[in-house]
Design a protein around this ligand. Structure first.
Ligand SMILES: [Cu+2]
Length: 263
């Protein structure tokens, strides 16, 4: 009861700041990245995911060729996650989904309104994997091959899941070609906010979009202080430190609201 009330308030706060993902229109022609997937025992998923600038520079073309999905445990989902796979190969260290516009896990991604989905939710936007082998080629308008763009994916990772969220394979991207507009490497950009929740090893995937009950990935971002709502006209007349005071006051108001809900 109490937790639900708090989550309701936090969800409300998140909804206020969420935006639709913009269509990326100027991806450098020819930029190409590829992730080689090699499942770790007992999982045998193997193959590649290639993501390149769309020929017209509008979004990207995704080319997937995979085999070795288990005969049970599907349908399988896959996403761009917000962190790279560390050298030990731990898929749970990749955090939550790439979600620079902070739409969160709920409501579920509507494939007919892809701009409203998490940018990294590829299976939500383009369909789950429902067989032991999978190949597909499709366009996604919202992923960027521009390193400075919040929707840049190539310094992050791709993760595959069972329907119960278990992470069965993950890989980082390697640059095959920088394309015509880029001369730099892909290792430094970290544009997305680090709001993902660390998961226990082998634990469920908090960023998965079929869950309606647990929504832990929202907790960090929405637990941040509410920005002060100071008006420009009032600000100059107030003593230094008033911003902090307002922030505290806003937090107090939020918790008062929570307290009312719990009664
Ligand atoms: Cu995922």
């Amino acid at each position: 009861m109490r937790a639900q009330s708090i989550l309701s308030v936090l969800a409300l706060a998140t909804a206020v700041v969420a935006e639709d993902a913009p269509i990326i229109k100027d991806n450098p022609i020819g930029a190409q990245y590829q992730a080689e997937i090699k499942g770790k025992a007992p999982w045998e998923v193997a193959g590649s995911v290639k993501i390149a600038s769309n020929a017209a520079g509008k979004g990207v073309t995704v080319e997937i060729a995979l085999s070795g999905f288990p005969s049970e445990g599907g349908p399988f989902m896959y996403h761009i996650h917000e962190k790279a796979v560390p050298s030990n190969g731990n898929c749970t260290a990749t955090g939550a989904h790439l979600d620079p516009y902070k739409r969160g896990e709920t409501p579920l991604c509507d494939a007919n309104a892809k701009s409203t989905c998490q940018t990294g939710d590829l299976s939500g936007k383009h369909g789950n994997i429902t067989a032991t082998t999978f190949s597909a080629v499709y366009n996604d308008d919202f992923l960027a091959t521009i390193e400075s763009d919040p929707s840049f994916f190539a310094d992050k990772s791709i993760v595959f899941h069972l329907s119960n969220k278990t992470r069965i394979a993950c890989a980082n991207f390697v640059q095959l070609s920088p394309g015509n507009g880029s001369t730099t490497t892909t290792t430094t950009t970290t544009a997305s906010a680090s709001y993902g929740t660390a998961l226990p090893s082998g634990g469920p995937h908090s960023g998965h979009n079929s869950s309606s009950s647990a929504r832990p990935t929202n907790s960090d971002s929405t637990g941040a202080p509410i920005p002060p709502t100071a008006s420009p006209t009032a600000a100059p007349t107030e003593p230094a430190g008033s911003g902090a005071t307002k922030m505290v006051a806003s937090g107090a108001a939020l918790f008062a609201f929570v307290a009312v809900l719990m009664l």
